[in-house]
Design a protein around this ligand. Sequence first.
Ligand code: HMG
Ligand code: MG
Length: 322
Amino acid sequence: LTADHVRVVEVGPRDGLQNEKKSISLKTKIELIERLAKTGVTTIEAGSFVPAKWVPQMASTSEILQHLLRTPPQSGNQISYNYLVPNIKGLENLVKLMEAESAAAGANSDSEATTTTEISLFAAATEAFSKANTNCTIAESIERVRPIVALAKEKDIRVRGYVSVALGCPYEGPDVSPLKVAEITATLLEMGADEVSVADTTGMGTAPRTLELLRTLTAAGIANSDLALHFHDTYGQALVNTIVGLEHGIRIFDSSVGGLGGCPYSKGATGNVATEDLVHTLHSLGMHTGIDLEEMARIGSWISDELGRANDSRAGKATLAR
Ligand code: HMG
Ligand code: MG
C-alpha cells in the first residue's frame, strides 16, 4: 500500500444485510456481491457462519460461499471474500464447504484463483456487549478465538479480528476504556490475526476520543498497518472520525454500500458509514481507492430499492442526480 492508497472493506452484504428487517433472496444477495466485485473494491464481507436462530438474515451464507467459489468474478480483479465466524463451529462449517468445493473442482481447478476466502472473528471491549453479542464474557470470547485462529492458520486462511464497542457501548455508555481496546487488539494480533478492525458499533465516537484511542493503540506498540477502522454513522460522525484516522496513518476503512444495516445488539444503531460517502471523501483528499464511485452509487440506490428502504448515502444520491 502506498501512503495515499486506502483499502476499503465493503461490509454491506454482511454487516448491512444482517440488520435489515426485510430479508432478500439469495439471488439478490449474490447479485449485490457480484456487482460490488466489479466496482474495484478488493475486500467484500459476504456473509457469516452464525446460527440462523441468532441472525436469520445470514441463513444463506453457505450457498453464497459455494456460488462465489464456483464463479470467479468477471472483472478479473483479485477479490477477497470474507466471512464472519463467531466460534470454531462457524469456521469448521466454512472449511468443510471449501474443501468439498475444492475436491469437486479437482484437476480442473484454476491454479491462479482470482478470489481468496478469508474470515473475521470478533471480541468486544465491554462485558455487557460481549454477553449480548456472543453469550460469553470477554475472557471467554478471547479463549473462543484461539482455536479459530489456529485452525484458520492451518488452512492458510487470512484472519481479521474485530473489537466491537471500541468507542461506546449501548449498555455501558461512551466511556469505554481505550486501554481495554488496546489490550484486546494486541491479544488478537499476538494470537495471529492478520489485521484488527476497531469498531465504533454504536457510532458514539467523537473526534477527540477517536484520536485518544488511536494514540493509546500506538502507545501499546500496535502498528497502523495492522489496523482498520469500522465506523457506524449513528451520530453522523463517521467521516469526521475517518479523517482523524487518516491523519493518524490508518489506511483501511470499512463501509457499507448505501449505508445499509446496523447491529442487532445495539439498539438504535444505524448502518456503517456509506461506501459512496467514504469514497467521495477519500477521493476529495487525493487518496486512491480504485473504486468506481458512480457504479457504487448505482448499486447503493438499487439495493436500497430492493430492501424498500431509503438510500442512506448523501454522496451516492448526489452523484446519481448530477
Ligand atoms: P450459543 O447459543 O451460546 O451457542 O450462541 P451454543 O454453542 O450454545 O450452541 C447453540 C446451538 O447453535 C447448538 O445447536 C449449536 O450446534 C449451534 P443445537 O444443539 O441447539 O441444535 N451452533 C451453530 N450453528 C451454526 N453455526 C454456528 C454455530 N454455533 C453454534 N457457528 C454464538 C453462541 C456465538 C453462536 C451466538 O452468540 C452467535 O451466533 N453470536 C453472533 C451474533 C452475531 O452474528 N452478531 C453480529 C455480528 S458482530 C457485529 O455485527 C459487529 C461488527 O460489525 C463490528 C462492530 O460494528 O462492532 C463485526
Ligand atoms: Mg459493525
